[in-house]
Write a protein that binds this ligand. Sequence first.
Ligand code: GLY
Ligand code: MN
Ligand code: MN
Length: 435
Amino acid sequence: MARDEFARRRRQLMKLMGRDSIAILPAAPVRVRNNDVEYAYRQDSDFHYLTGFNEPEAVAVLVPGRAKAQYILFVRERNPLRETWDGRRAGPAGARRDYGAGDAFPIADMDEILPGLLENRARVYYTMGVYPEFDQRVVGWVNGLRTQARNGRHPPGEFVALDHVLHDMRLFKSRAELELMRTSAHIAARAHQRAMRFCRPGATEYQVMAELLHEFRSHDADTSYHPIVGGGANSCILHYRENDQPLRSGDLLLVDAGCEYRCYASDITRTFPVNGRFSPAQRAVYEVVLEANRAAIARVRPGNHWNEPHEAAVRVITAGLVKLGLLKGRVPALIRSEAYRRFFMHRTGHWLGMDVHDVGDYKIGDEWRVLEPGMVMTVEPGIYIPAGARGVPKRFHNIGIRIEDDVVVTKRGAEVLTARAPKDPDQIEALMARG
Ligand code: GLY
Ligand code: MN
Ligand code: MN
């Protein structure tokens, strides 16, 4: 991401904040996995969005209209010994030189400097509740100023939810962000193709997962969430995560796996037969989910509201379940009573961006949000029929199917970022036959 895009975002946010405000954002802490082993570091999405700075123990401050510097970074100091153990640090000089900070200080000096920046500002833009320890420090700085009111130092009178403003900015993806999301989606689509080619009876769920990871890592991407690789009965468990079972001929395999590339997520689900050929019952259910996926994508365009793709998916799935004999009754009544939820119990999608379940409001007041160019969402209808489902013929048992694509709202309609992951059943069978 070009440096000036981060600067443009900071300018936009400062314009929204107004001149007598200040914004404070902490970097994500390092998280411990077990004992003294850490997870790979992932920057806080809001912090990354405004800074592009990828180190922990950092704080960004925006002070619009301030004469000296409007953008200040507090960062870890350079330290040859620590850098030998833990990796490189930019240090304050690097923060100024490489990250556009107007001023930068050692993080250890923050308690000394921050109260001065808060002084005589009317509003603090800050996200409460995400990092409780840091919340305490911010409150401490403000209270510290309060006790000095008699010396003419005035604390800010108002806290404003920074996430609310920032998340509305993040909802609209720029050209550069869409380019990264396209790359993320292409890498994930290749991973799904690889999984289809690899899959065969006798292989295991974890081996399929290894194929996905191989494709992600060889393109400098990593998982954007723990992949779901569920064969047979496991395809009916929505958040299945064990991925440790053998794959059997005659079963379906549901793979929900996306990657993160330069902080941008993709999120794809494909479902295919372990032995490369759909059974007639599997294909019949698959065709319904595919039609729902296509009908929902067709509703993604500017001017439509957030829920229209879901409503389209519900109509197709309910009609399909009736046709398959899995629901009985009239389609409108079954939609009204939400009878379809026995087999389709989740919603059709979510916003997608730096976070897999990305930020942004789905409603404004009581109304569903109207779709506008630059918004990105997933479209992921599914049907899940576990074994033993009452009144369901055996041939439908253990059929769990979801088909998930990533879709951008464009000026004239929609762009499907994940089109390279095959979803047409004939195409899937052809790809699996080639191996
Ligand atoms: N993989 C998470 C989701 O589909 O929402
Ligand atoms: Mn999803
Ligand atoms: Mn998914």
